[in-house]
Design a protein around this ligand. Structure first.
Ligand SMILES: CC(C)(COP(=O)(O)OP(=O)(O)OC[C@H]1O[C@@H](n2cnc3c(N)ncnc32)[C@H](O)[C@@H]1OP(=O)(O)O)[C@@H](O)C(=O)NCCC(=O)NCCS
Length: 219
């Protein structure tokens, strides 16, 4: 099953964990649950959580983008069924409501077409760190037209205005020049390269380029 945009969340927090007090160390913030924002609109797009019923839109976007996605997206395939996609969007919705992972759908203004996907993923630590990693893919028919750049800018703007994030990071295969370029254009700062960090979908080892932007200074 494809898991487009699935952040591989690392936290299985009990929903009531947020009600616990941090008795141990009052200087370390505790936050395990947020009432997450639902949507963000720009003049071009709607960014929102996937909802039940979005499965066919996800299936259409990813199946028709397989060649475009397969080099860097390990989940890419061209034979996802609409039932599988529907299961996924419902999982995304559930994780969003539980503050476990925030997979964002990028829709056209009239929400008739899914242009891509992304998210705020808790890969840097728990919610309490107020740090998230942004992930992204753009459907093949919309790629190379500035959509990824606008989507990343929108995620950063939304992330630093409506969300608790104080640090937003971006990691990509060092050979993914389009991904590196849009991070640079969004004002993210290069933080280094993790050498031989992961396996690419091809099975080759690959380096990871790291970028981030901070809320306070937008640096
Ligand atoms: C990477 C991706 C999100 C970028 O989105 P996009 O809509 O295609 O990007 P944009 O059109 O906004 O901008 C791409 C930029 O990269 C540049 N670029 C593209 N391919 C390039 C290459 N091979 N070498 C150098 N620059 C390249 C473009 O020229 C453009 O920069 P410019 O505006 O300065 O000319 C999209 O192509 C995608 O979905 N790729 C497959 C999945 C993926 O790699 N996701 C990222 C994982 S971190």
């Amino acid at each position: 099953m494809v898991n487009a945009g699935h952040g591989g969340y690392q936290h299985s927090l009990h929903p009531l964990a947020s009600l616990r007090q941090n008795c141990g160390n009052p200087t370390v913030p505790t936050m395990s649950y947020i009432t997450a924002p639902e949507r963000f609109e720009t003049s071009e797009f709607v960014l929102r959580c996937y909802l039940p019923g979005d499965g066919p839109a996800l299936q259409d976007a990813t199946n028709h983008s397989y060649e475009h996605l397969k080099t860097f997206m390990p989940w890419a395939c061209d034979d996802q069924t609409s039932e599988e996609a529907e299961q996924l969007v419902r999982q995304f919705r559930g994780r969003w409501l539980l503050s476990q992972d925030f997979v964002v759908a990028l829709f056209s203004r009239d929400e008739s077409q899914l242009l891509g996907g992304g998210g705020f993923h808790l890969r840097e630590g728990s919610l309490a760190t107020k740090s998230a990693e942004i992930g992204m893919w753009i459907r093949a028919s919309s790629a190379g037209q500035g959509v990824g750049t606008s989507f990343l800018n929108a995620l950063i703007e939304w992330g630093f205005t409506a969300w608790p994030w104080e640090r937003l990071s971006w990691r990509c295969d060092s050979r993914n020049l389009a991904s590196i370029r849009i991070a640079e254009k969004a004002g993210m700062q290069a933080e280094g390269v993790l050498r031989s960090h992961k396996f690419a979908p091809s099975g080759e080892r690959r380096d990871t380029s790291c970028f981030a932007i901070l809320r306070d200074s937008k640096r």
